[in-house]
Design a protein around this ligand. Structure first.
Ligand code: TA6
Length: 275
């Protein structure tokens, strides 16, 4: 089934398209210039995740900690969320989405939970994902905001803010420690054990992208490079130099455990700066 059209959200300067499907921020532009990357090959059918924008990975990341969970990155990104609020604020328009066990019964079987997602579209893009345990037993989950950033040429960007952080290199399977800025010179798929602030300097587009996260123990950096890009049907063979995923999450050893009545919020702020 083809998806319903996205909602157009924003202000004079800032405009975004958001699908109720996956509560997926598909595009965001500031002063008419796109900030998020989207694939020209993305599929817009229920049951398939969109390629680009900000997919929500929940309640597991990738194949999960067991390595056996499917679909990849959980259910949230392929489920229809309910729009629970739309508010015009001084410098931003804010959407609030909710997802519950009715909409995603397979997410956390037997548990009672609610996920609330706030999308604020203004001079910055601000996202906040809150998971509540509304049941009587504790449960744990992984979560990530899998943001695709548009860059001029990924081979020329520098990513600051991860110096000294340990990471799992999912390409080699090895654990490493980052020395200096991250640069992209081959397929890159790394789970850093650090949240907080990361700045992407992009000389080709002449801008910096500042990512500020809260409630995230991990920063994930991904670019598929040529071979992996060619192997993905919903990703153009030549599109990989123009994108970089800087994701915020709590994954693997940093999965979240929530006691009854508890909640956890993951925040992701994205700002554009002149470089
Ligand atoms: O976040 C990086 C990653 O986990 C990579 O391993 C790669 O698989 C990417 O996500 C895309 O996953 P997807 O399921 O959307 O194809």
């Amino acid at each position: 089934m083809t998806l319903d059209a996205p909602r157009e959200v924003g202000t004079d300067r800032s405009s975004a398209q958001v699908y109720d499907y996956g509560a997926h921020v598909w595009s965001w532009s500031l002063d008419g210039v796109p900030v998020l990357w989207t694939s020209a090959k993305s599929v817009f059918e229920t049951g398939v995740a969109l390629r680009g924008g900000v997919p929500i990975c929940w309640p597991w990341f990738g194949p999960g900690r067991s390595g056996e969970l499917a679909p990849a990155h959980g259910l949230a990104r392929i489920k229809e969320w309910t729009l629970d609020g739309r508010v015009d604020r001084a410098n931003a328009e804010v959407l609030t989405y909710v997802l519950g066990p009715d909409a995603a019964p397979g997410a956390l079987p037997g548990e009672n939970w609610r996920v609330t997602y706030q999308v604020s579209v203004g001079d910055d893009l601000e996202l906040a994902l809150t998971v509540e345990n509304r049941g009587v037993t504790s449960f744990s989950y992984e979560v990530a905001l899998h943001t695709y950033l548009r860059v001029g040429d990924v081979r020329q960007v520098a990513i600051a803010g991860l110096d000294g952080a340990s990471y799992l290199d999912k390409v080699t399977g090895r654990h490493e420690v980052q020395a200096g800025d991250v640069t992209i010179v081959a397929e890159t798929d790394r789970v850093y054990s650090r949240g907080g602030e990361v700045v992407v300097t992009d000389p080709v587009l002449g801008r910096g992208l500042r990512v500020a996260t809260e409630g995230a123990a991990n920063t994930i950096v991904w670019n598929p490079w040529a071979a992996k890009a060619a192997a993905m049907p919903d990703f153009g063979d030549d599109e990989w130099p123009g994108m970089l995923c800087i994701e915020a999450g709590n994954v693997l050893d940093h999965a979240v455990t929530l006691e009854p009545g508890d909640s956890q919020t993951l925040r992701y702020g994205l700002a554009v700066e002149a470089s």
